[in-house]
Structure formats: C-alpha cells, structure tokens
Design a protein around this ligand. Sequence first.
Ligand code: ARG
Length: 260
Amino acid sequence: MKKKTLLYGLLIVVALVVVFVFGPVMQAATKTDRNVLVVGCDAAFPPFEYLDEETGELTGFDLDLMRAIGAELGMEVVIKNVSWDGIIPGLLAGNYDVIASGMTITEERQQVVNFSDPYINAGLVIVTRAGDNRIKGPEDLAGKRVAVQINTTGDLAATEMQEKGIKIASIKRFNHATDPFLELKNGAADAVVMDLPVAGAQIKANPGQYQIIGEAFTTEEYGLALRKSDTELLAKINQALVTLKANGTYDEIYRKYFGE
Ligand code: ARG
C-alpha cells in the first residue's frame, strides 16, 4: 500500500516536471522557430537571386529585400537555394516559409499559394544572338528553336504562342534560367524567352553576345509566395514592404541592382 502511494507520488512529480519545466522550454523552441524566416529561391536568376562568386554568398535584389523584411520583422533570415521546378511543392511541404525567386503572380499559382503585394514589375522579352536579325517579334519564332526555363512564364508564353498557331520548331526547356542563354550562345537555339531584367543582366555579363528584340511583350508583377495558411506572416510581410518603400530602403536596394 505504501509502495503504491510512493509510486503515485512519483508519477505526479514527473507529470509536474513535464508540464512546468519542459512545457515552457518546448514553447520557447517553437517561438524561436517563428523568429526564423526560411526563404526558398532558385539562385540562378541574376540580378534577383544568384551566387556571388567573389564572396560565395547568395545575393540579389530579392534576397536583399527579404533580409530587409526580416530585419523589419525582427526575424533571422535563412536562405535555401532550391530547384525552380520543385519550388512550390517545397513551400507546401514546409521546407521554407517564403518563396523569393522572381516569381510572377499568376492566377494558376494563386490557386495553391498566396502572394504578397507585388514588389517589382517585369515583362518577357525575346533574346537572340547579337546581329541575328531574322527575328523581329513573336511571329518570327515560326520555324525557330526557342529556349526557356521550365515552368516559367517564359515557358508558358512560348507554349501559348505554339498553341495559337505560331509554328515554333521546338521549345527547349531547361532547369536553370542561365541555361537557355548558353544554348543560344552555342547556336543550339535561335531565341530565348525570358524576363527582361534577367535578359539585361545576361547581356551585361556577356558583352556583344546577345540582343533584346523590341519591347517586353507581357507585363508581369513579382510577388513573394507563402502557404495559404500563413495569413499572419503574409500580413506582416506586406506591412514590412510598405515600411521599406516609405523609408527609402526599397529604393536603396533597387538602385544597387538596377541603377537610377
Ligand atoms: N518570372 C518568371 C516566372 O515566374 C521566372 C522566374 C524564375 N525564377 C528563378 N529564380 N529562376 O515564371
């Protein structure tokens, strides 16, 4: 009888220790997790996200912006470099909380993720080898080999042109946004369909190799993508964007990557 009472006593002590000691510790652990903002990006999309060869750091417009948002929210920012093709599934799986990857806000993506307010405008352009004047607009892609990054709006645009009856010879889809440009340089493609700022950065990095044909033929807005359930974080990020635009931080980051 006495032994049993002792046992019960011991159990109660253990239970109290679990509730009062480990409870707060575990809560603190989850709290610190919420103080870390894990960001997923495909860091082969200069000037938005890329590896700075000199410093070995992931950098770019989107990542500077995310770090500024983190600072604003008092959250530590951790950047994960992931493949573009699986970037939305990775968000949904909880591998990161925000996608900052030059992602265009599209209705299709809005079915599965929430986007922040737009943070920059972009549009698609056709890029050819410098001096190749056969292509003057989308119609001239008939009979030509077009290179794009897979599952991007560039891919979608080229696919739609094909569906609308422009007889593109082939659409070559690559995992990294930089690959279509190599394909073009090598003569294995005749044109690239790409976001204008990214095409601009490629032209700058490879002087005399490429040219942009005409003007952007789409208007697109980039947004940060979050899980649909993360509405509180979304509101905070939108608020931070407003603050960063008002206090000049946004402009500073903009100038750093795009000049005046
Ligand atoms: N803006 C285009 C899209 O949303 C291309 C984005 C590609 N981003 C990247 N980091 N590779 O489809």
